[in-house]
Each structure stands twice: as C-alpha cells, then as structure tokens.
Design a protein around this ligand. Sequence first.
Ligand code: HEM
Length: 541
Amino acid sequence: MANSAENGSDKQRQLDPHRVDPEGKLTTDQGIGVDDTDNSLRAGERGPTLMEDFHLREKITHFDHERIPERVVHARGAGAYGHFHVYDGSLAEYTAADFLTDPSLSTPVFVRFSTVAGSRGSADTVRDVRGFATKFYTRQGNFDLVGNNMPVFFIQDAIKFPDFVHAVKPEPHNEIPQAASAHDTLWDFVQLQPETIHMMMWLMSDRALPRSFAMMQGFGVHTFRLVSAEGRATFVKFHWKPTLGTHSLDWDETQKIAGKDPDFNRRDLWDTIEAGHYPEYELCLQLVPEEDEHRFDFDLLDATKIIPEEQVPARPVGRLVLDRNPDNFFAETEQVAFHLGNVVPGIDFTNDPLLQGRLFSYLDTQLIRLGGPNFPQLPVNRPVAPVRNHQRDGYHQSDIHTGRAAYHKNTLSGGCPALAGDGAGPAPGAFTHYQERVDGNKIRKRSESFQDHYSQATLFWNSMADWEKAHIVAAFRFELGKVETVPIREGVVDHLNHVDHDLALRVAEGIGVEPPKPSNTPNHGRSSPALSQANAPRESV
Ligand code: HEM
C-alpha cells in the first residue's frame, strides 16, 4: 500500500545486508568509531581547541538541545504501561467501541499521573489536583481518557483556562510561590469566580494529598456520549476506582516527605511495579439516557458538577492493570501526548464548553511542545491500528512514504486508501460524529442552568466526617492565611458562608477575618460584593 506509513521503504531495507555492529563500541551519530571522548582535540597539550573536532561539536550540540518545553500544566508526571479488559459484552447496547464490548480483547494502555501546577522538578506530595491520563491503544485507533483525581473542575468554560492557570502558577514578577494553592492570585481568582468553589472544597480536602497513585481515583470529569452501532446515544461519566481503595497522606506527612523524598509518589509507582504489586483500577460508568438530560437540578454539561452516585450508580465494567515501567522517561513519559479529541467509534463528545475548548488546546500545545505535526509517530504515541492518510512531511518526519500521489482521490499511487463509508451515515470501522440536532443564536452567555455554584459544594461538605471537616478547615486556614490582601480573604469567606455557615466561621476565626452572619439565601454566585466591584465599569484614564 503506497500510502501506508507502516510500509517503510524498500530502498532503506536494501541497506539491511550491509549493516554492522562494531562490537558495541562508542560511535558518533554518524556511526563513526570514537577513540577518546574525554579529551577534546587541541593544538598542543595546553593549546586551543580545534574547530575540526567533529566529535566534540556533535556531543555538545546534542546536549545543548536536549530540553524541550515542559507541559504548560501537568509538567511533573510519572507513567506506566498496562492493559485493560472489559468484563463482558453487555455494553454493546450502548457503544460501538470494541475495547468496551469484546471481553476477549486485552487492550494495551499507557497511563501518566501528574501534578498540575508545579514545574517538572517540583515535589510529588504538594496540595494539588492529580492528572490521571490513559491512552488506550485500541484496534480502532487511540482513545485518550484525559482525567483528574477529582470529579469536577475549577471553571465551566475553557475560555477562562488561561486566566485560571495564570492565577494558579507562581506570580509573574518574582516566580513566587511555587506552592499552587497558597497565594493571593489564586484566591483572588476564586473570590471573583464562584464557580471555582466546589472544586476548591475538593482541593482543600485530603483528596489533594494522595498516598499513592495506586490509591487514587480517576475521573473523566465531563459528561461524554457513548454511541451504539445503531447510532443511539447515552450520556456517560467515566470513573477509575483503585482496588486498593482511596487513601491520602496527612498534611504533616506531606510536608516532611516533600523534603525527604520529593519523588515519593513516582518512586512508589516504579517500585511497586518492579516488585510485581501491580496497581489496579476498575473502570466504572455512570450512564444517563438521552431523554433524562434535564432531569437533574444541575446541568450535565457543567464540569463543576458531579452526578451523585445515589442518583446514578457507577457501574463497574472493566479492569486496568499497570504492570510495566517505561524504559526511558523522556522518550515515553515526557513525549506522550494525550488529547481529549482522540476518540474511537462509539465514544463522542457533548457540548460541555470546557470540554469543547480542551478539544482545541491539547493538539495545539503539543505542536510546539513536541516540535511539529509528526509527534503521533513517536513510539509511545503511535497507534497499534494502521495509519493511512495523505498527511506528509513536516519537522521530524520519520515515516518514509512512497508513491507519486499524496492526495485523495488518486489513481496513481497503487492503492489510494479507501474510505470506510460514503460519508452519508454510520460505516463499520469509521468514526461518524453523533448527529446531535443543534439550534441557537450565536451568543456569549452561560445558561442559567450553570449558575448554582454552592449546592454541590455544600453536598461535599456535608458528606465529610468530622475529622475530614477539620482537615478542610485547617487547609483553608493555612492556604488563605498566607494571602496578604485582606479583602481577598474576606471575599473567600463570604463564598464559604454560602456553602456552610459553620465552615465559614471556623475558617474566619483562624485567619483574622470578621465572622460572617448566617446566609439563608445562597446567591448562586450572582451578587458577591467583590464580583460587582470587579465587574463595575471603569473610568477611562
Ligand atoms: C494537560 C486534565 C482542563 C489544557 C493535562 C493533563 C491532564 C489534564 C491529565 C496531563 C496530560 C499528560 O499527562 O500528558 C485536564 C482535566 C481538565 C482539564 C481533567 C478539566 C476537566 C483543561 C482545559 C485546558 C487544558 C480547560 C485548556 C483549555 C491542557 C494543556 C495540557 C494539559 C495545554 C498540556 C498538554 C501537553 O503539553 O501535553 N490536562 N485538563 N486542560 N491540559 Fe488539561
């Protein structure tokens, strides 16, 4: 097949009989044997170094170019390979994805766990969200479930993501503080964006301090769609549940560990796999029929909300086992590229505005992080499904495409790849977008159904045991207590007062803020004094 990237090139293969191995000796990148790699070529023993020393120049040049940009978020991570099995074929009524319906399949996976705010060299045990990103190398192409260890997110619309991340990262003038949660800019953002409050409750809880990646839940966060072979859609939330249960570190432990072993979670993942104690997770699905879309008192498209499991149970459907460490951190864990848009037939998106913006962001950032459009050819990213298309050339192209013609349709290339269907409807093996009916005016306005920012934060607080509440209060006091700007502290306490009066009182008491009066009328984020101030028209200067 002339257009197939898996094909390689006959011309290259003709070199094979000539290949040699100079007995494992050190060579340059050109395969030239090296006799001395400790002394550069000099004019005389104490003389100047000579430009003609190609080995010196190549060695140093390569070193000079070793670094690539770290991820703009989730820079610090650890990865492992494994496999996924679905328990039985019962999901066939919901999805055409074969890795979710064929129990005879063992689907290879690569998982990367990460912290979000810290840089590549930061400590593992900081208070932060953890990424839980899974690449399924399915027979129908790669499916990436790019989730976190908390089921909700800070914002409802991806257009706020640059603002949010700028507020979370160290302040721009002095790059302080490295700690994600203890500074004015984050809490300023929080007080002005009440949609963050539910996620902030999770972030101040012990969920932000996982004991081990093997003891951490994962969540796809958004509502996705499963689509059956017949084209019927069902809303779905994806959950990973660790078989070891969910366990956290205590705050004091995290502080000591960060100093003594900043690689604590990463080392634990590596060591447990080497020891044969493989981390395992059960995949659970919450399924909601399309006709039930509006039966909840929150919006399924709002990523700051969970679907309570009392309302829709999480159904166990399969098992993930991580049983192989990578061979090379950079080649695999650093260069892996997850993308929410990598879906297979049978899994589709919804109109969640956070999800929709993510669909743009991942590929865009990887184009710069991984140096151009050919990073899907890197071994860790390459699908096990064949790749056949007319995408060509570009930086770091390592496939050797053959044939005269690189366009669709053609008769000249000895086998232009055929389409799986005629584009008019579902075709076996091809991805066809779910034909959702969409009708609306072009507006920049959030639906009223996205406006309740407190009810689920209250639900979360009420679900906590007394000792868990004490940890949450202590976390708010510690993190907010570091905020220098008093009105920001007050603004956050005002929001907490809409979550729970006792919570607000206890936090206020610990950070020198006036205790608030009880709030009987949750304002749903629409009338906070700080908000009206920030939104007030400014006088022009
Ligand atoms: C990276 C999860 C929201 C942009 C990641 C990673 C995870 C993740 C797990 C690390 C992937 C890896 O290990 O390589 C999430 C979740 C979100 C969310 C669960 C909300 C539910 C967003 C939004 C945006 C965004 C709204 C932008 C609009 C990025 C970018 C990266 C990233 C640019 C770096 C990717 C790379 O360089 O490979 N995210 N994210 N994320 N995320 Fe998100």
